[in-house]
Structure formats: structure tokens, C-alpha cells
Design a protein around this ligand. Sequence first.
Ligand SMILES: *Cc1c(COP(=O)(O)O)cnc(C)c1O
Length: 395
Amino acid sequence: MTDRRNDRPQTLVRRHPLREGVSRAVVTPIQPSVVYASPSIDMLHAQYEGRAQGYTYAREGHPNATLLAQKIDMLEGAEGGLITGSGMAAVTAAIMGILGAGDHIIGADQLYGRSLRLMHQDLARFGIATTVVDPTNPEALRAAIRPETKMILIEVVSNPTLRIADMEGILAVAKAAGVRVAVDNTFTTPMGYRPFDHGADIVIHSVTKLLAGHSDVTLGYVAARDPADAKKIYDFAVTTGMTPSPYDCWLAERGLYTFPLRFDRAEANAAKLADWLAEQPKVAQVLYPGRPDHPDHAQAQKLLGGRNGNMLSFRIDGDEEAANRMIMAMPEMAFAPTLGDVGTTVSHPPSSSHRGLTPAGRAALGITDGFFRVSVGIEDVELLVADFAAGLAAV
Ligand SMILES: *Cc1c(COP(=O)(O)O)cnc(C)c1O
């Protein structure tokens, strides 16, 4: 793995221990201190003015958050990224730190559920106008841009239908109009796509998912290319208290050590499971970007360089009752609306993330009552196939 800034080989596994005498702990320490003492008033001035590196109060920053941010910076080719208490805190800080009343933001129409809620409900209360567009269609984006448009928020792979955004087209349209592009890179991860390499302005992660990888910590990450944007995001996050806990940062850093290994394995499993599912008579459709029958297969290969990820969706021919029988016939599988865990999780968008839509609204997206999304983990793939075989037998 290479750090884009200096081309030195880097590793996520490098720890930063405290040295004590002639021995040293090999594990990163957790620093729970909320307050930091300064040696003098002069030094405090130097810290606040950025002439000396240090901490003052944990809401403003702490060593475990700094270390985690630096490692994700390295993966993304970013500088000065910020860790927040959740992925949604990162999304909110990016939007509300930069935009104000009278501004306009355009979002993709299949963003993560809570990001869509921001678009449809919350931002309007603060005078921020919103429009959602189909991210596979840059012309729709061009038509939606207004003089007061300040940001476009996009996910490369949409949830749960796994459509691939036309990133080249979107970035070209946005650049021509002078509008910032913020990319929520949670699904793709920097193993699949590095938004800054392609001209994006802001990168966001739900670290909760694949980066931390063990479903035991809720955290977010946001980095901006323009230092002025980064400062606005940082100030908003600190003022509104989107602070991450040192313990959570420590856990996430530990998770990161194995992120590339987990991603490789989960992706290999997903490809095998997708191909197996596609052969099952009770499966009506499989959506996986690595399969030639995916509607955006060519776009995915061009954009993601063969990194098709660990997420797949599929549809059984059947109503909610049939879907329920499938879930109940695979009790060892975690039926849970999350993703990126070491263990495979299955979710049913019509009864969870997309329950707020009307059946017609869901149908327009292809989300029938028999629609499932699978976040494939790192188990033996034979085990996964056996579980799904049992589930499908009950349909
Ligand atoms: C989960 C998720 C979020 C929100 O992250 P939290 O850590 O749960 O707040 C945002 N975007 C995407 C794409 C997600 O999957």
C-alpha cells in the first residue's frame, strides 16, 4: 500500500506505542483523557495558532482520533481527515458545515436512508434547498444545477439496487459548473475507488461498516480537498459535539489492520455466492456488479477496476410470506440491516430501510417484497451456500 503524498510504502498495521524505559508496548494505547495540560501560556498560544501540535480538550481532538484519521487519509490519498461519532455525523458536518440558508444541494436519489431523509426533510428547515437526481444520468444532474447549488452528494454504488453512478460524467458536469462533489465512499471503500484521485472535493465514510469491520463501533470520517472547507467542517463538528470516543477510535484502528484482507476475502465470497444464487431456480434476479448481467457491469469494471465489493442483492419470485419463510429457515444467518461486518448479514429493504416508501415507489426501484440485500462476510463460502440453500428450500 502506498501513500499518495510521499510514495513511501505504508502499512495499516504500524502502531504508535508509548515508549517506557527500554521496553515498549507493541499495541497502540488508548488515551481517554478529556483535558490536556499545557506547559505555558506561550505554548497554548502556539497550539491554538497551529505553530505547535498538541491537544486541549477531547471534543476538539484526541490522539486516538488523529491516528485513525491519518490511517484513513493514507487509504484515501487525503490529508487532514476528521473522525466523527458516526457516519451520519460525517455527512451532516460536510453539508451543514459548508452550506447555509439560501444554498442548494443535489443528492443521488438512492442515497443511504438517513442521508435521503436529510435531503427530503431536515435541510429544508435550515433554508437549504434540495433536489435528488438519478446518479447514472449526468444530464439529469446538469439540468438540476442552479446558480446557488453548492454541493452534490453521491454514493458510487447505490443501496440496495447496487447501481453504479456515472462518476466521470458527474464530476465533469460538476466541475464545469463549479459545484463541489462529496462522495460517500462507504460501499466502495478506497480498495474500489479513491474519489480524490478522480477530482472529488469531499470524501465521507461510515467507518462503522467495512473499515472498522466488526459491528462493534459507530464512527464516521470526512476529508475535504480544500483546507477552507476542511476548517468549516471541523468547526461545525466540534461546535455541535460530533466527537468520537477514544475507545471507539482504538477499536476501529484495530479493525483497520485487517481491512484489506477482509475486503479481498469478502469480495471473493460475494462473487461465488452471486454466481451460485443466479443458478437457483427460486432466484429471479441477482444484482452483483461483477456479473455480466448487472445493468451497470461495464461502468463498474471501468470505475472500480474489478473490485466489485462484498455487497450483492437478489430477488426471489414470491411475496413477503415467502421472503419471511426464507429468513426463518436460515436462523444462523444474521438478519440485520447493516453491512461490512466480518459475518454475513442479510437485510430485507422493503421492511427496513425502504419501508417508508409506498409499494409503487419501491417497485419503481425494483424493490419487490422478495428483495434481499446481502453484505457478504469472510466465512467459508460453503457455509454461506449451505445457509442460502436451506433458506431457498423453504420458499
Ligand atoms: C451506514 C451508512 C451511513 C451512516 O453511517 P452510521 O455510521 O451508521 O451513522 C452513511 N452512508 C452509508 C452509505 C452507509 O452505509
